[in-house]
Design a protein around this ligand. Sequence first.
Ligand code: SAH
Ligand code: SF4
Length: 382
Amino acid sequence: MTANLLDYDLEGLAAFCEQLGEKRFRATQLFRWIHQKGATQFDQMTDLAKSLRQKLPQVAHLEIPRVVSRQESADGTIKWLFDVGGGDVIETVFIPEADRGTLCISSQVGCAVGCRFCSTGHQGFSRNLSTGEIVAQLWFAEHFLRQHLGRSERVISNVVMMGMGEPLQNYAHLLPALKVMLDDHAYGLSRRRVTVSTSGVVPMIDRLGRDCPVALAVSLHAPDDALRNDLVPLNKKYPIADLLSACSRYQKFAPRDFITFEYCMLDGINDSVQHANALVSLMHAQSADGLSCKLNLIPFNPFPASGLVRSPMAQVLTFAKILSDAGIVTTIRKTRGDDIDAACGQLAGDVKDRTGASSRMAAQRQGMLGGIKVVVANKVSI
Ligand code: SAH
Ligand code: SF4
C-alpha cells in the first residue's frame, strides 16, 4: 500500500518527505502542486527533482473518491455523491453566492449522535472518513469548479463542516484536514471562513480551541435539557450548561469571533413563544458571562421517517422577532438546493449502518438520496 498524500497536512507531508531522504521544502512544493494546482500526476510537477518524481509513484498516490453523481439546482447549488467504498456514499454541496462560494463537507459516513430531526442521524453510523476523504471533497470541488466555471482563481472561499456526520467525533482526522484548508500553500482559507458545526462534544470543543480555533457553530435546538435530551441525545452526556461553558472557553481562543447557535425550527416541538423567551434568558446569561453569540434559525427540512413538521414561516418570524427584540443577532437560514435534496439534513447517501441501531429504518430510507445542509443566512429584518 502506498501513501495517500491527501491524508497529510504540511507537517505530515514534510515527515513523509524526510522518510524518503528528501528535504522538507520538497513537501511545500509537492503540497502546492497537489492543492493549489490540482496536479494528479507526479510527472506534471516540473520543479521537483527528477529523481523524486521517479520515486514518488512507487511510494505515494492521490486517492480521489469516485463521483457517483452530480446534481445542479436551479439556484446554482451543486451536490456530489462520492463513493467511499464498501457500499458507503457521502455527499458534498457547493453553494454559490454573489460574494462567496461555500462548500459543505461531510466528516463521517452516517452519524452516531442520532438527532431526531436529522436524516443522517436516522441512518446510523458506518465509519469515520479519513483525512484524505475529507480533504478530497475540497480538492475535487475546487478543481472541478475552476474548470467548470472557467476560473483560474480560487472558487471556494468558505468551508462548513455541516455535511454528514459529527466532525468532533472524528477529531483525529478532522484536525489535519482543517490545517490543509487553512494552509497558505494549499487552500489558504482564513480561520473565520472555516466553520466546524457540532452537536456539542464538549471535550473536543476544548481541544479544537487549543489546536485550531476556526469558527464554531453549535447545534442547540432547545432552550432546556429535557427537550434537548429528546432532540439531541448527546445532551444527556454533555448538558446545556456544560456545553455553554465550553463555548465561553472556546471564545478565549477566538476572542473577536461570534459563536453561532443553530436552532432547527420544529412545529409544535421547540418553536413556541415560551421556548423563544427561555432561549433569550439562556443567551442573556451567556452574554453576561462574556460570550458573543448569534442565533441561526433553520426551518426544518422534512424527511419521511422523522414524523416531524417544519414550523410555519409566521412562527419562525415571531420566534426570530422575540430574539432580535431582546438584542440577539438572529438570522434565518435560507434553504438552497432543495430541488436536488441538497438542503440541510435531508441526507444522504446509502449508509450501511454498522451499529445495527437503525437497520429498521432501512425500508423507510429507500429512495431517499438526499441533501446536506445549506448555510446561506439571511439577516432577519422585521
Ligand atoms: N453534526 C454536526 C454537523 C452536521 S449537521 C451538527 O449537528 O452540528 C449541520 C446542521 O444541520 C446542524 O445544525 C443540524 O442540526 C442541521 N440539521 C440536521 N438535520 C436537519 C433537518 N432535517 N433540517 C434542518 N436542519 C437540519
Ligand atoms: Fe449527527 Fe449532526 Fe445529524 Fe445530529 S444533526 S445526527 S449530530 S449529523
